[in-house]
Design a binder for this molecule. Sequence first.
Ligand SMILES: Cc1cc2nc3c(=O)[nH]c(=O)nc-3n(C[C@H](O)[C@H](O)[C@H](O)COP(=O)(O)O)c2cc1C
Length: 323
Amino acid sequence: MSLSVKKEVILAPMAGYTHSAFRRLCRRLGADRTYSELMNATGIIYKGEEKELAYFTDEERPIHLQIYGRNPEEIAEAARRMAEKYRPEAIDINFGCSVKKVLKAKAAGYLLQFPEEMGRIVAATVEALKPLNTPVTAKIRLGFYEDTLEKIAEELLKAGVSAIALHPRTAKQGFSGKANWERVKDLKRIAGDVPVIGSGDIRSWKEIDQKFEETGCDGVMVGRGALANPWIFKEYKEKRDIKTTLKERIDFVLEELQLMWEFFEKERACKVIKAQIVYLFKGIRGKSKLNDRVMRSKSCEELIRNLESLFSICPVPTSLLRK
Ligand SMILES: Cc1cc2nc3c(=O)[nH]c(=O)nc-3n(C[C@H](O)[C@H](O)[C@H](O)COP(=O)(O)O)c2cc1C
């Protein structure tokens, strides 16, 4: 099934960060497409665990709901249930995550060692989603220990994948070294008409332009760069740097919190957003003092009071915000 991705700048999936509220705010700032955080296939089938993670609004469309698991039957069944219930634009299969817990379960990034099994998973999911007209996409790394991109791509394409997002590092590398965008270019050549999305180390709108130019890829994903600077999407659209003030960043957090309360219990939303705040304050001088205040907050009310008071106790002028 074909999926059209034409020079799109996409918010990367990031567990613990890219929930519905953050996705909505990034869409408003110009992100063209979003992905959910990864959701466990077994959890979906047996425990209905997906509720908060799968929650999205029309504003986040086009959206890919991302699933990870261990075997073709389970992933295909979880995908069918999610597609039927939520009608996303695509179901994405995660073959990249390599945190200990996931590797121990022999799922996601672990499967990079077995390209044929990856192919069977995609083929089974494509088959299960045919009646629902829902495309299946995959998010991969270069390989597990070694770069085996060609073999992985061959299996996924044969299985009928509708788009591939590549984070061009091996699982073994984790986040060390540099993302090898040359391999995004190679994948684009191999994939023919199937859209290719590159993901890794994008920190400025100029780099987005550069990656489109250099690799010919169909989409560029922004992950950690968007946590620190969600305005990157607007910067790319408007082709200019945008300097944000501390007040604008605090307002962003407060708006995100409001949106989070739609689908997160109040206190939990505050816990989740603290990690996001650390990213957003990263470039600010005196950030440790600011972070301290935020982290010390013991309740939602206290967090909001502290955020609101930050501006008055520390009116950091724009010039102090590093870009
Ligand atoms: C905190 C965090 C959580 C992530 N969670 C996911 C995830 O749920 N699914 C996924 O496919 N990739 C996940 N990733 C990988 C990102 O989508 C992305 O490919 C990677 O971070 C490289 O891009 P960046 O340098 O723009 O962050 C995660 C990355 C980070 C930093």
